[in-house]
Design a protein around this ligand. Structure first.
Ligand SMILES: *Cc1c(COP(=O)(O)O)cnc(C)c1O
Length: 428
């Protein structure tokens, strides 16, 4: 990247692909599974990680790498990789440093898919996760650590509860315990929050949401700050600091320095598990990224107006939006995201579950979709959709009020959004 100090807005538009004389202005789609070499030796060196270069798109593809480089610049990291989904990003981010017999800590309230991955699927792999309350004290967080704890996982703004992570608390305790912090920054995006600036070591994204922004492509990304010292406790992160048998005894930290974590994730996990993003999708993601800095402020200003309208509405029982002055997370939002949080909010209507269903069924412009963080306003009722197998009692245990509506405010004219909400509330 030519100029690291340029504005994040310029990086959204110009980052990643920077063409030279006669090259296409637009990022090309390298629609090729493989790449050509002249001698057997050249190819052999790539397989030994002795030389860098592309050889097979399951491991790396130039289109993907240019887009990863743009997101890396936006987050202020040193290396990044794209994955096929946000789920794959969060799995790889943790699995790159945890193996069977290890333990890690995650805050509760995180995205349901990540919760399932950590509490069920990774358990089957022999990796144990302890969940701590997002509002836990430093002492409670410290008490969750074990001898074999390898990382702490948090979400900048939780989906769908819109709670906010106190980075100072999580980073301080994790670093005192000599483990890195991994943060899913999907809802805030680097426009509103750059977790690395608050000491987070590794950032993940579901690029499916605001980074794409147009509901076109499922994808993920992992960005490494390069700041965590994997040798801080000898033998603790041996996957990175001791020889990898699948690469003739190469040691990632010795050979790649600050690039060790992403190189291992690419050359080992992507090689063996193969959750690569398609170059076509990476191309579309890049088009979305070109307007991220224009879209996010509009999501936030529209959401603020909508939240203030709903807060005062007689049919609304409760609402969570960190931009509201009375919200539990307002102060943390001001501290870490003074320019705004996101366009997503959670609310419940008087009359509970039935009122929620009647309300969303009467929306005209705002659509019912299993999606969030899109240019188009949308809504979801977890009790009727994503969590419909659960009883009301089970929902409450899982922290989801049966009346909870997740509203994702888009970038349409806010007057039209308000009009649609207002007429649907009149029908409840
Ligand atoms: C959607 C989402 C994910 C999962 O991402 P996919 O791209 O759907 O796999 C992870 N974390 C958060 C915060 C999300 O909103």
């Amino acid at each position: 990247m030519s100029d690291k100090k340029r504005s994040i807005k310029t990086a959204c538009v110009q980052g990643g692909w920077e063409p030279q004389k006669g090259e296409p202005r637009m990022l090309p789609i390298y629609q090729s599974t493989t790449f050509k070499y002249d001698t057997s030796e050249q190819m052999g060196k790539l397989f030994d990680l002795e030389d860098s270069g592309y050889f097979y798109t399951r491991l790396q593809n130039p289109t993907n790498d240019f887009v990863a480089a743009k997101i890396c610049e936006l987050e202020g990291g040193v290396a990044a990789m794209l994955t096929s989904s946000g789920q794959a990003a969060n799995f790889y981010a943790v699995f790159n440093i945890c193996e069977a017999g290890d333990h890690f800590i995650a805050m509760n309230g995180i995205y349901g898919g990540t919760f399932n991955l950590f509490s069920c699927t990774m358990k089957k792999l022999g990796i144990d996760c302890t969940f701590v309350d997002v509002d836990c004290t430093e002492e409670e967080l410290r008490a969750a650590f074990k001898e074999n704890t390898k990382c702490v996982f948090c979400e900048t703004i939780t989906n769908p509860g819109v709670s906010i992570c106190d980075f100072d608390k999580f980073v301080k305790v994790a670093h005192e315990e000599h483990v890195p912090v991994i943060c899913d920054n999907t809802f805030a995006t680097p426009i509103n929050c750059r977790p690395i600036e608050f000491g987070v070591d590794i950032v993940t994204h579901s690029t499916t949401k605001y980074l794409d922004g147009h509901a076109m492509t499922v994808g993920g990304c992992i960005i490494d700050s390069g700041n965590f010292d994997w040798n801080c406790v000898p033998g603790k992160f041996k996957g990175l600091t001791e020889p990898d048998e699948s690469y003739h005894g190469l040691t990632y930290t010795e050979k790649f320095g600050k690039g060790a974590y992403i190189t291992k994730a690419t050359s080992q996990l992507m090689r063996d598990l193969g959750s690569i993003q398609s170059p076509q999708n990476a191309f579309l993601l890049n088009v979305g990224l070109e307007t991220l800095h224009l879209r996010m402020p509009v999501h936030c200003s529209n959401a603020q107006i909508v939240a203030e309208f709903l807060e005062k509405h007689e049919k609304v029982e409760w609402i969570h939006y960190p931009g509201l002055a009375g919200d539990k997370y307002h102060d943390l939002a001001q501290k870490y995201m003074p320019n705004g949080t996101c366009g997503v909010m959670a609310l419940g209507l008087k009359g509970g579950r039935d009122a929620s269903v009647r309300f969303i069924d009467h929306l005209k412009m705002i659509s019912i979709v299993t999606h969030v963080a899109d240019a188009k306003s949308c809504v979801l009722h977890p009790a009727s959709h994503t969590h419909r197998q659960m009883t009301d009692e089970q929902l409450l245990v899982a922290g989801i009020d049966p009346s909870l509506i997740r509203l994702s405010v888009g970038i349409e004219d806010v007057e039209d959004i308000l009009a649609d909400l207002s007429q649907a509330l009149d029908e409840v």
